[in-house]
Structures are given as C-alpha cells and as structure tokens.
Design a protein. Structure first.
Length: 490
C-alpha cells in the first residue's frame, strides 16, 4: 500500500539496470521502457488518489523513524509533480522511438532516460535535504550522458560547460547542507523547519538561505545564473531537449518552492524580497531573448527562462493565492515546454534548419502542425481558456493585493511578448510563400504532440475538477505544520 511512494523511484531504477543488458536489442529496450513508463504513470495516478483521500504519505526507509532515517514524503504537490513527470516522460519516450536514431539507442539512451527519471522523482519525493542533493546528482549524471550522446562538436562543447556549471553548483550545495547541519543538527526537512523556528532565522541562517537560493537558482536558471541554459539546451536532440525543458529546470524551481515555504519562511523581508527582484529580472531577460532571436530553439529556450521567473515571483509573494498560481503554472509549463520543443523538432525535421529566415509556408503542406502550434502559442501566453491563464491570473491578482503594481504589469506584459515571440514562428514559418523545405511524412511524431496538447486543453477547461488538488497542495505550503506533523507524527 504505502510502497506506492517508492514505485516512481523503484520502477525506473530497476528498468534502467535491466536495459543495460539489452544493448544490441533495441526492440526490447523500447518495449521495456514503454512498459516501465506506463507502470510509473499508473503508480503516479494511484499516488495522487491516495494523497487526496488519505493525506500526506510517508515512508521511512529501513524502518528508521524520522528525523533519524531516510524519509520519502509525498504531499499533493509532490504527487502532482511525479504524475506530470510521468506524462512528459511518456510523450518524450514515444517521440524518441522515431527520432532519437539507432546509434544513440545502442549506447544506452533508454537506460539513462530511466536513470534521469529516478533523479527527478526522487527529488520530488525526498524528505531529507541531503538526499535532495543525492537525487540531484543522479539526475545530473544522467543528463550529462544524454547531452553528449551522438558526439557532435557542439554537444561536446556544451556538455563541458554544462558539467562545469553543475559541478560548481553541486559543491555549493554540499557546503550549504554542511552549514545548515552545523547550525541545526538535522537534515530532515520537517525537523529542519522546527529547528529553524526555534533558533530564529538569524543572519547566519539568512546567509545559508541565500546560498541555497544560489544553488537552486543555478539549477532553475534564474537571473543572473541562467547563462548556461541557452547553449546547453540548444545542443541535444529533440526528445532529450523536450525532456530537459519539461523537467530539469523545474526540479530547481520545485526546490526553491519547497525550501522557501518549509524551511526559510520565518523572516521573508530579505530572502523572499531578493527572490522577487531576481524573478522580475529573469522575466525581463527571458522576454528580451525570446523577442530578439529568430532561431526556433533559442526562442523556446528563452521562454523557459520567462516561465521560471513567473513561477518564482509567485513563490516570493508567499500568499495562498500566489502559491496556488505558481503550482498551476509550474505543472502546465512542464507539459507546454515539452510539447513546444517536440513541435519545433518536427519543424526542424521537415525544414532541416532552426533559422526562421530560411523557410515559410509550412501550413500549406502541414495544416495540422500549424494549428497545433497556434494552440500551444495561446496557452504559453496565458490566453483564456487555455492552461497558462489561471496560473498567471492568480499570480497577478496576488501581486496587486500586495500593492505591487509594477511587478503585475511586468507579468502581464511578459504574456503579450511571449505570445509575440511564439507567434512570429507561426506567422513567418507557417504563413507566406512556400519555401525552404520539401514535404516529408510526419506520421507517428504527431502522437505525443497531440497527446500533450489535449491534456493541456483539458487542464485549462477542466479547471473546476483540477483546482481541489491544487488547493490541497497549496494548503501544505501555506501551513508547514501539516507537513511537519505528517512526517514526524507529532
């Protein structure tokens, strides 16, 4: 029963190990990977249901009680993120079957795909700050391999930069954890919340909080720590890029959301104000990049940065409404960034280029592709009733409630400029004279794209069904004692 909490980690871990033994049997690799993702998806759905019906789920590894042992915890936020991870992974896996190439398949692509999910799901469900670091490393080690598979010059160059940045980030993470343990004497996040409250958020703890913000800001690509993202995310093949765009930066954002609502929330006058300022700068930088480029991948990459800024700004406000908006937007953005990268991948497959100046008139040969792109553009911009609307609306309302008119205007303007940045792909690439490509069959590549877009539309129009789950997730962030009591059984 309670092993539901372990399954999202155990299933991909066992699968990743098994796949190593099928190096030359690509069909078996595909079949095992697909079955594993489907089982993980089923386990994720059951986990969401159990958390909704029974409350926060905990699992003490080795029967050592918290805070002494390793604890896995799933509140509604964690459960929803694990579910969304499974959905994104399923779509990217299906796309990989047709687009990743035989060479990469024979060099353990599907195995490291599964190892990446171990790290992501573990980060979402761990109740221990040190094991958050461990799962980060599992995720990053897998991402290094996925990034370099194929061995092009650009991939090798960007992998070196990506690895260097993350080695520095990991070193800072260990230092931050060490200082936090030295001050509080514990690593369990629920117990840390109690100890920090007892000690008071002194200047030492504020410095530690800022250090964690730097670490997670590097992972999540917050200004000015986003510099590694445009190059590193430009290099990998489309399904890897879609997986990275949907999941990796979101783990960093989740870590900020968890630690700055559970641990470092007792004195928000500096830490959360700093997060708010950095979020505004992140939005502005992301918008400028998205508008300036006429390269398909770079436009989408800078839109990732915009979304990170919007989500973290909602976190910085620390109100029930803003946190609810951040959760809404985080979940939908995981899906939308993945599907946008998959769509861009199809366009590049057809045209052979990322340069928007070199092709046009795609809608004449691919009307379905064009209108799918149009739907995604509206959703990214937060146009009602699509999925991006409700999250931004709640964050803007919370900003106005706090008297932050300028910040609310920035968020609203970012929606218009995001729409412009994506619509210029639609208007320049799909309309106009047919040039720069020869029609190619797309076929099965449409399947994961349509799957994710349908889910996104349902997420927007089915808001009354989904909102109770988001409200429950928000309630734990607003009242940390719910989390603490569930973990420590107090």
């Amino acid at each position: 029963m309670i092993n539901l909490l372990l399954l999202p980690i155990l299933i991909p871990l066992v699968t990743a190990i098994l796949l190593i033994f099928f190096k030359d049997r690509v069909v078996w690799q595909k079949a095992l990977s697909l079955v594993a993702i489907l089982f993980q998806l089923a386990a994720s759905v059951l986990l969401v249901r159990r958390v909704y019906l029974e409350g926060i789920q905990t699992l003490n590894i080795g029967s050592w009680p918290a805070p002494f042992g390793i604890t896995l915890v799933s509140d509604m936020l964690s459960a929803l993120l694990v579910l969304t991870t499974s959905i994104v992974a399923l779509a990217c896996l299906i796309y990989s079957f047709y687009a990743i190439g035989k060479e990469r398949e024979k060099f353990y692509y599907y195995s490291f795909f599964q190892f990446l999910l171990v790290g992501v799901n573990g980060a979402f469900t761990t109740g221990d700050i040190f094991n958050l670091f461990v799962f980060f490393e599992v995720m990053l080690m897998s991402s290094y391999v996925l990034l370099v598979l194929g061995g092009t010059k650009m991939q090798l160059r960007e992998t070196i930069k990506y690895t260097l940045v993350n080695v520095i980030s990991s070193a800072l993470f260990v230092i931050a954890v060490g200082y936090l343990y030295a001050v509080t004497g514990t690593l369990n996040m629920a117990h840390l919340s109690i100890r920090i409250a007892e000690l008071g958020q002194s200047s030492v703890l504020t410095i530690i909080a800022v250090l964690f913000l730097i670490v997670f800001g590097l992972k999540g690509a917050i200004f000015p720590l986003y510099f590694w993202l445009p190059g590193s995310y430009y290099a990998p093949p489309t399904p890897v890029l879609a997986l990275f765009g949907g999941l990796l930066t979101k783990v960093g954002v989740y870590s900020i959301l968890r630690t700055f609502t559970l641990l470092f929330y007792h004195d928000t006058s500096y830490t959360h104000a700093l997060l708010g300022w950095l979020s505004m700068a992140t939005i502005v930088v992301g918008v400028i990049g998205a508008i300036a480029y006429r390269n398909l991948r770079q436009i989408v990459i800078y839109n990732i940065i915009v979304a990170v800024g919007v989500i973290t700004f909602g976190i910085s406000l620390m109100s029930p409404e803003s946190l609810e908006g951040s959760i809404f937007y985080l979940l939908q953005d995981m899906v939308m960034k993945s599907v946008l990268f998959l769509l861009v991948g199809i366009v590049v497959y057809v045209t052979g280029t990322n340069d928007l100046n070199k092709f046009s008139g795609l809608i004449q040969s691919y009307p379905l592709l064009g209108w799918l792109f149009f739907i995604v553009a509206l959703s990214l911009a937060g146009v009602p009733p699509f999925s991006g609307f409700i999250g931004k609306l709640l964050i803007v309302k919370a900003s106005l409630t706090e008297g932050l008119l300028f910040e609310a205007i920035i968020v609203l303007l970012s929606s218009l400029l995001v729409l412009y940045s994506v619509m210029k792909i639609f208007m320049n690439g799909f309309w106009g004279e047919k040039k720069g490509y020869e029609p190619k069959p797309i076929g099965a590549l449409y399947v994961p794209v349509v799957f994710l877009i349908l889910l996104s539309v349902l997420y927007g129009v089915g808001i009354e069904f989904i909102r109770p789950f988001i409200v429950e997730a928000t309630s734990v962030l607003v009242d940390p004692m719910i989390y603490i009591q569930a973990v420590l059984k107090e």
